[in-house]
Write a protein that binds this ligand. Structure first.
Ligand code: IFM
Length: 768
């Protein structure tokens, strides 16, 4: 049987395949096979939509709430909804037998393929082949094509493709299903249909255009009305092409939507499916050119790594900060689509070094909500800006009051009251972006202000202990959320210190280099030199509990909590909660939910020597349950940093397989965004040893033995640096039109100067 879509497929090494339809995997597969382009996310349901499929169509930044509930990413009408009836029987999983089945996500081309041989109750077979994509070329376009061939006898087909307006959000906890939109307008167009819906709370218009084209032999017609009837002879194929456009009134230039949609459909009908696919593939080609990591030695790891990167690429969006990336990207409704520190600490670095415009958009998202962060600070009695723990569209605090604990019981959530490190995490993100991109314009228009306002917050958040002449930060939750309401959490304190330190440094810089801007900004936010003096006073005196033996105490009194050490970690790297520990008592023990001190040593790497990193890594590893998906990749990165490659590889594998092998059991709610970014960090910052040490880019690879070679590009100071590492060498090159351009890079600990348009290879032996 002919493969109608063969010409669009890349080589097999880029394919994620599902070879059997397994109902129990349905909703997890829908997350894994999601398509997207940063603007739209579309879950990978079967086009025939089994009755219990979890269709999901989301627009980045489009949230709504009903009544007093918490805003959530709206699940919009589902365009992927094809109903094919063959001689009275419906094609679909559960309605016909599947004699053959394959679904394939082509990571390189961003295409989702399906091939199924259906058999009806009279043992008559139908070949079903489909291809669909969410265009990377045109953010408002979704398209799909389906070929159906009657294999055994002639048949009459009924083809229906209706926008499914019955879609709801699944609703967490006890809330139940929720519908967030009402239908406003359904209009038949010349060659398609227009459907407009509006969200209930904010009255945001989401406008769809849809064209359905049916081709048989050389005849072609546009479907009108609900159903189209087609007669097929034996071995004859019908081709169904669906073109959708999706716009919202939140988009720029969004007036006259209906006319715009008409024009959009017309243009794409004229363009044709083939051109649309090819343009989409070309756009994906550019993205991979910026972000691919090539690994020689482990094809399976290579593919899985690309799967993780693919999922980062489909949620990244350039723009003016209307949206950022939620904890489950645009692939599901977990955490209601809210934005956490996952975005600024875990995901942002991938975009900083690959597609800085997306990173900028993520930072602008925070900047645009600075006023609300100021209000939050004020309402709590602090100065400056305090960012919410969970954020949606407005930047107000949207953390729910309740959530499910690991045993299914409901627990009260206190993160929004106490998990304050997010404010420093955001400042850290701004600073990382600046160091890597040298984007002074961004800093002048947004970045300095963010850093100053967050530093200001910490200056008011710390408490001076006169007796001990030190500053303390009390009543917090660190990244380890098992321990609530603790004092002087090492991660929080160090990040606060970092925030104040860069606040101080950036203030001096702005004053020196941009006096005009300095005056403008100082006036705008009423920043006084005495405040800066105060910051300088505070940061060296913020408590940091480190013992003589180098052990960092996670918070005051942590060492006095009940000691429990986990065993058998090589065999069971993600241990279960020990039986003797009751869930409600876990905070009384030294058991840690996720990387906390380890997180600190990873992200402020150049502040700690390797001895301290080792000491703390092994100490906390024995106490960490990795109950959060953020933990494994961080452990991998730090383990590689301290040259424990076995442990690094073990935790890297967990993060790498997290969603592909459903290791955390909740991939059905969407992909684990932080882990996707963490995987990238484990590879680049961990194995390739790429770090920024006191402002200088440094490369000191420690590759797993089985990896013979790894190559990638990264953006640094506006240049595109090409890096190739092996077990014993680092090769570097970059090109620039200006022949005299040079870069200073530390390789294996030695400072090197490299010139443009030349290839340098530094060998490990020569420099050790
Ligand atoms: O941000 C995380 C947090 O650190 C642990 N719980 C889940 C959140 C969202 O991923």
């Amino acid at each position: 049987m002919k493969d109608f879509f063969a010409k669009y497929k890349s080589d097999e090494s880029w394919w994620i395949r599902e070879k059997k339809w397994d109902k129990s995997m349905q909703s997890s597969r829908e997350s894994q096979f999601s398509l997207g382009n940063g603007y739209i996310g579309s879950r990978g349901i079967l086009e025939e939509v089994p009755y219990d499929a979890r269709a999901g169509t989301y627009i980045a930044g489009l949230y709504d709430k009903t009544g007093a509930q918490i805003p959530e990413l709206v699940n919009l009408p589902n365009p992927i909804n094809l109903k094919i009836i063959a001689n009275g029987e419906r094609l679909g999983a559960g309605t016909m037998d599947m004699l053959q089945y394959e679904r394939m996500l082509d990571l390189r081309h961003g295409l989702l393929f399906r091939r199924t041989i259906y058999q009806n109750s009279h043992k008559k077979r139908f070949d079903y082949q489909s291809l669909r994509f969410v265009s990377m070329r045109d953010k408002h376009l979704i398209a799909m094509q389906v070929y159906i061939t009657a294999l055994d006898e002639g048949v009459t087909l009924t083809v229906e493709s209706l926008l499914d307006l019955s879609v709801t959000n699944i609703g967490f906890l006890t809330e139940g299903n929720k519908k967030h939109f009402r239908i406003e307008d359904v209009t038949q167009l010349d060659k398609g249909e227009y459907v407009g819906v509006r969200t209930l709370e904010k009255d945001i218009l989401i406008a769809y255009g849809k064209s359905l084209i049916i081709e048989k032999n050389s005849s072609r017609r546009f479907a009108e009305g609900v159903a189209t009837y087609v007669k097929l002879k034996k071995n004859q194929a019908i081709c169904i092409t669906n073109i959708f456009s999706v716009f919202s009134s939140k988009d720029k230039n969004s007036s006259k939507t209906k006319a715009m949609i008409k024009g959009f459909l017309k243009k794409h009908i004229r363009l044709g499916f083939d051109r649309m696919v090819k343009e989409h593939i070309a756009s994906w080609g550019k993205l991979w050119g910026l972000s691919d990591i090539k690994i020689k030695g482990e094809p399976d790891v290579q593919k899985k790594l690309r799967f993780n990167i693919y999922h980062l690429l489909i949620c990244g969006k350039e723009g003016d900060g209307e949206s950022s990336i939620g904890a489950k990207t645009l692939t599901g409704e977990g955490y209601r689509g809210h934005i956490f520190w996952d975005a600024d600490i875990f995901i942002l670095p991938f975009f900083i070094y690959n597609i800085p415009k997306v990173a900028k958009n993520m930072l602008l998202y925070r900047y645009n909500r600075l006023d609300n962060a100021r209000k939050i600070a004020e309402s709590r009695g602090y100065n400056g800006a305090m960012f919410p723990w969970e954020s949606a569209d407005t930047g107000e605090e949207v953390t729910p009051a309740w959530a499910k604990n690991y045993d299914g019981t409901l627990i009260q959530i206190r993160t929004h009251e106490m998990e304050h490190h997010i404010t420093a995490d955001i400042a850290y993100g701004v600073y990382q972006y600046y160091v890597a991109t040298q984007d002074e314009r961004f800093m002048l228009s947004h970045g300095f202000e963010m850093i100053f306002e967050t530093a200001r917050f910490w200056a008011s958040r710390v408490e001076y202990n006169k007796l001990l002449d030190r500053y303390e930060i009390k009543h917090v939750i660190g990244p380890d959320e098992f321990h609530e309401d603790v004092d002087n959490n090492a991660y929080t304190n160090c990040m606060a210190r970092f925030n104040l330190l860069i606040g101080y440094g950036m203030y001096q810089k702005l004053k020196r280099l941009y006096p005009k801007e300095f005056t403008r900004l100082s006036k705008k936010i009423n920043l006084k030199p005495r405040e800066i003096k105060e910051w300088k006073n505070i940061f060296p005196k913020i408590v940091f509990n480190i013992k003589d033996n180098g052990l960092i105490e996670q918070f005051d009194g942590f060492f006095k909590r009940k000691k429990i050490e986990l065993r058998n970690l090589k065999k069971q790297p993600i241990p279960g909660i020990p039986k003797k520990v009751k869930l409600q008592d876990i905070g009384k023990t030294q058991l840690v939910k996720q990387a906390d001190v380890v997180m600190l040593l990873h992200i402020l790497s150049d502040n700690f020597d390797v001895k301290i990193k080792r000491k703390n890594f092994y100490y906390y590893l024995k106490r960490t349950l990795h109950k959060s998906s953020l933990s494994a990749a961080t452990h991998a990165a730090l383990a590689a940093d301290i040259n424990d490659l076995d442990t690094a590889y073990r935790y890297f594998s967990i993060a790498l397989n997290m969603d592909l092998n459903l290791l955390y059991g909740n991939t059905n709610d969407g992909m684990h965004a932080a882990s996707l970014g963490g995987v990238w960090q484990a590879v680049i910052s961990g194995f390739a040893g790429v770090k920024v040490l006191k402002g200088t880019l440094s490369i000191h690879p420690r590759l797993p033995e089985v990896w013979q070679e790894m190559s990638f590009c990264m953006k640094w100071g506006g240049y595109n640096l090409k890096v190739m590492v092996t077990g014993h060498s680092v090769s570097l090159s970059f090109s620039s039109k200006r022949k005299k351009d040079r870069l200073r890079i530390k390789v294996y600990g030695l400072l090197r100067r490299i010139e443009t348009n030349r290839l340098y290879t530094f060998s490990r032996r020569a420099t050790l």
